[in-house]
Design a protein around this ligand. Structure first.
Ligand SMILES: Cc1ncc(COP(=O)(O)O)c(C=O)c1O
Length: 381
């Protein structure tokens, strides 16, 4: 096997944040300067403007800036009166914050397996998990692909469940033409730096069409007060920093172009990998996927990952453990279920580089390397 060193090939990074920021360095610095000069660092004009811009982009009436996607989930649940004694349906295959947000409000997450094609919450299994204590459901638009919102909204309507969309990975993705985040009672968005719209630190936003939910989250993010020093309920300090909002406003106008670039690269991967035995992401016909991650499945995941690493190609595993195996969640009654799909996903998933900065030539190199792995190695194509 030719090694990276012997062929002196440029490595292909999984993420290249310095390169991503470089193109916007000037406007980003100008935005930082604007905030420094204005010295209105907390809940100032940048946050207010970003809230309007993101909400409008999501087709939602309100946006409330908070300090992370996790807090957007927690505050959404609080505002929807989910708490001790309540059960909330969450997928078993997601980032831990989807479930910990439920624990943080004192409710019980009920883990549900995901669909084999999209790896998003399986609505049929969710229906079976509903009890008289179920009060909410959190579909996760995993990797940038919307969950089956038609089925989930129907289930929620039937059982009067609140729907909090975990749209932390899916800003710009649509389900039947409607933006994720705006389909349920509330949507949680993350601006973690690696997201499709990433800040220069932590950040998040809740979007909603319900005025009372937006107003309640505004109060909760600011120590439970609407009026200075009058504290109506137990709140948090979870305000989106002005400097983050200013940086995000520089990047937001580029999001659509970046998402289109991710979709184009996904097309190159899908075409190039069609002759190999890796399973490429299946995109539901009702969904516009924004490929926060490009996740393939193969039983030879670990060997393939090693092979790609030797070729200088970085990959990542999102996620190596289904939630039911997390030490934190093992005590849940629902953790005893079987979860065949999420278990397999955790064993077989491999995320390929798919940032907007990835060149066509780099994507072609990734494809060639995967093809070579299956041709040259003992693993059948
Ligand atoms: C699916 C999902 N939910 C929730 C979160 C939490 O977002 P944050 O890191 O901004 O708290 C993330 C971010 O990693 C995520 O990917």
């Amino acid at each position: 096997m030719a090694t990276l060193k012997s062929r002196t090939i440029k490595p292909i990074k999984f993420l290249n944040l310095p390169l991503h920021q470089r193109a916007l360095r000037k406007p980003l610095l100008a935005a930082m300067t604007r905030v420094l000069d204005g010295a209105h660092f907390i809940l100032g004009p940048e946050v207010q403007a970003l809230e309007k811009e993101v909400a409008a982009g999501c087709g939602a009436k309100f946006g409330v800036g908070v300090n992370s996607g996790t807090d957007a989930l927690v505050l959404a649940l609080r505002a929807l009166n989910i708490g001790p004694g309540d059960e909330v349906l969450v997928p078993d295959f997601t980032f831990i914050a989807t479930a910990t947000s439920v624990l943080l409000v004192g409710a019980t997450p009920v883990l549900v397996d995901v669909e084999p094609g999209t790896l998003t919450l399986d609505p049929k299994l969710a229906a079976k998990a509903v009890t008289r204590r179920t009060k909410a459901i959190i579909p996760v638009h995993l990797y940038g692909q919307p969950a089956d919102m038609t089925a989930i909204l129907a289930l929620a309507k039937k059982h009067k469940l609140a729907v909090v969309e975990d749209a932390c990975q899916s800003l710009g993705a649509t389900w039947r033409g409607r933006q994720t985040g705006s389909l349920g009672d509330a949507g949680a968005i993350s601006f973690f730096p690696t997201k499709n719209l990433g800040g220069i630190g932590d950040g998040g936003m809740l979007v909603t069409n319900r005025a009372e939910v937006a107003a309640h989250v505004k109060r909760l993010r600011n120590h439970g007060c609407d009026q200075k020093y009058i504290h109506l309920e137990l709140g948090y300090n979870s305000r989106l920093a002005e400097i983050q909002a200013a940086a995000l406003r520089v990047k937001l106008p580029h999001l659509e172009k970046w998402n289109r670039r991710r979709q184009y690269l996904a097309g190159l991967y899908a075409q190039g990998l069609s002759g190999t035995s890796v399973i490429t992401p299946s995109v539901c016909k009702d969904a516009a996927h924004v490929f926060h991650q490009y996740a393939v499945l193969t039983p030879h995941r670990d060997a393939l990952r090693k092979f790609l690493q030797v070729q200088g190609i970085e990959t990542a595993i999102h996620y190596p453990m289904p939630l039911h195996t997390q030490p934190l969640l093992k005590g849940l009654a629902s953790s005893k279920a079987a979860f065949p799909v999420s278990k397999r996903a955790a064993r077989e998933v491999l995320c390929l580089p798919i940032t907007p900065e990835l060149t066509n030539a780099e994507a072609a190199r990734v494809v060639e390397a995967i093809q070579a792995f299956f041709h040259k190695s003992k693993y059948s194509i």
